[in-house]
Design a protein around this ligand. Structure first.
Ligand code: SAM
Ligand code: SF4
Length: 329
C-alpha cells in the first residue's frame, strides 16, 4: 500500500473499543456517550479486517482504544492475531494501554508474542493521578507495570505534557522510568474532540519542555526509531531514552506510515483529518475479501498530506470533532 505522497503504509492501529475505565481530562468529557454495543465489529470481524491489512503489507499492528484491555475477550483477538507473528507475516504486535487491567493480562500478552507495550501515565502522584484520570488509581497501574516487567515485556511510558500540571514533574518521572529500564515519551496535547477543559490552558509546547530539561540534563539526539512518530534523545545522566511526540510544534506527517481502524470498521487515513472510509459495509457484503481489499486500496489513495492541528485562543473548536479514544493514540 503506497499513498499518493509515496509513503508506504505498513503500520495499522486498531481501536478495539471506544470505552474506557478512565476519563482523562485531556481525552474525554466526564459524561461521554459511547457507541451502542450493537455497532461494534465482533472480534472475528476485527480479526478478518486486520488479516486483510496484513496480507496487504502491514508489518506492525497496535491495539489501542479507548482502553483495549476493557474490551470483553480481548485476549482472544490478541491470540488470533498472534498467528501472523508466528507465520512471519507480521513483525510486531503491540498495545497501548492505561495499565489498569495489565496485571491480569501481562503474562498472556507475552505468551502471545507481544514484546513491547506502551503504558500511559502522566504523573506518579496518587492524588494528581486521580485528578487527571478522574477515575483511575495509580497503584493499580503500578501493579500492572510490575506484572508486565515480570513477564519480560519492554515498556515505554507515555505522558501527555500538560502546562501547570506535570511539567515540573517530568524530570522525576523520567528518572523513575529510566531507573526501572523503561523508555519515556512525552506527547503534546492535540485538539481532538470536545472536552470539559480549555485546551489552551493545558497545551505545553515540547520545544519549551526540552529547553527546560536541557538546563539540567544532557540530551543527545539519537536515530532510534520504533516505527512511530517519536524523535528520541539519550539522556546522559540516566542512560535512558526520552522520546518527543510533537504534532503541534514539529509536524512529522512527511514520514507517516500509519492508518487507523475504529471498532466500527471505519478507516481513518489521518489522525488529524475527518475523511474516512467505511470498511464494514464492503466486509459484510460478501464472504470473500475482494470488495474489502478494493475499499482499502481506494482509501489509501485519499490519505492526506498531513494534519492541521492548531491550539490558540482564537481557535475555539477542536481540529477534529471525534475524541482520541475513537481512533486511538
Ligand atoms: N487508553 C489507552 C491509553 O491511555 O494508553 C489507549 C488509548 S489513549 C487515547 C492513547 C494515548 O493517547 C494515551 O497515551 C493518551 O495519553 C493519549 N491522548 C489522549 N488524548 C490526547 C490528546 N487530546 N492529545 C494528545 N494525546 C492524547
Ligand atoms: Fe482512557 Fe486512554 Fe483516553 Fe485516558 S487517554 S481516557 S485511559 S482512552
Amino acid at each position: 500500500m503506497i499513498d499518493p505522497f509515496g509513503r508506504r503504509i505498513s503500520y495499522l492501529r486498531v481501536s478495539v473499543t471506544d470505552r474506557c475505565d478512565f476519563r482523562c481530562t485531556y481525552c474525554m468529557a466526564e459524561d461521554m456517550t459511547f457507541l451502542p454495543k450493537r455497532d461494534l465489529l465482533s472480534l472475528e470481524e476485527l480479526d478478518r479486517l486486520t488479516t486483510v491489512f496484513v496480507e496487504k503489507g502491514v508489518r506492525k499492528l497496535r491495539l489501542t482504544g479507548g482502553e483495549p484491555l476493557v474490551r470483553k475477550n480481548i485476549m482472544h483477538l490478541v491470540r488470533q492475531i498472534s498467528r501472523h507473528l508466528k507465520s512471519g507475516a507480521l513483525d510486531e504486535l503491540t498495545i497501548t494501554t492505561n495499565g489498569s487491567q495489565l496485571a491480569k493480562h501481562a503474562a498472556e500478552l507475552a505468551d502471545c508474542g507481544v514484546k513491547r507495550i506502551n503504558v500511559s501515565i502522566d504523573t506518579l502522584d496518587p492524588a494528581k493521578f486521580r485528578a487527571i484520570t478522574r477515575w483511575g488509581n495509580v497503584e493499580q497501574v503500578m501493579a500492572g507495570l510490575d506484572a508486565a516487567q515480570a513477564a519480560g515485556l519492554k515498556i515505554k511510558l507515555n505522558a501527555v505534557a500538560l502546562k501547570n500540571f506535570n511539567d515540573q514533574e517530568i524530570p522525576d518521572l523520567m528518572r523513575w522510568a529510566h531507573g526501572r529500564g523503561m523508555d519515556l515519551t512525552v506527547i503534546e496535547t492535540m485538539p481532538m474532540g470536545e472536552i470539559d477543559a480549555d485546551r489552551t490552558d493545558q497545551y505545553l509546547p515540547l520545544s519549551q519542555l526540552r529547553s527546560d530539561l536541557e538546563q539540567r540534563f544532557t540530551l543527545n539526539d539519537i536515530p532510534y526509531k520504533t516505527g512511530g512518530p517519536a524523535r528520541y534523545v539519550e539522556v546522559a545522566e540516566t542512560g535512558g531514552r526520552l522520546g518527543f511526540i510533537t504534532p503541534m510544534t514539529h509536524n512529522f506527517c512527511e514520514s507517516c506510515n500509519r492508518v487507523r481502524l475504529t471498532c466500527t470498521g471505519t478507516l481513518y487515513m489521518c489522525l488529524g483529518q475527518e475523511d474516512a472510509a467505511d470498511l464494514r459495509t464492503p466486509m459484510r457484503a460478501s464472504e470473500g475479501n475482494e470488495l474489502l481489499a478494493q475499499a482499502i486500496d481506494e482509501a489509501i489513495t485519499r490519505k492526506p498530506k498531513g494534519h492541521d492541528f492548531i491550539i490558540d485562543r482564537t481557535t475555539r473548536r477542536p481540529a477534529v470533532s471525534r475524541h482520541m479514544s475513537v481512533t486511538g493514540g
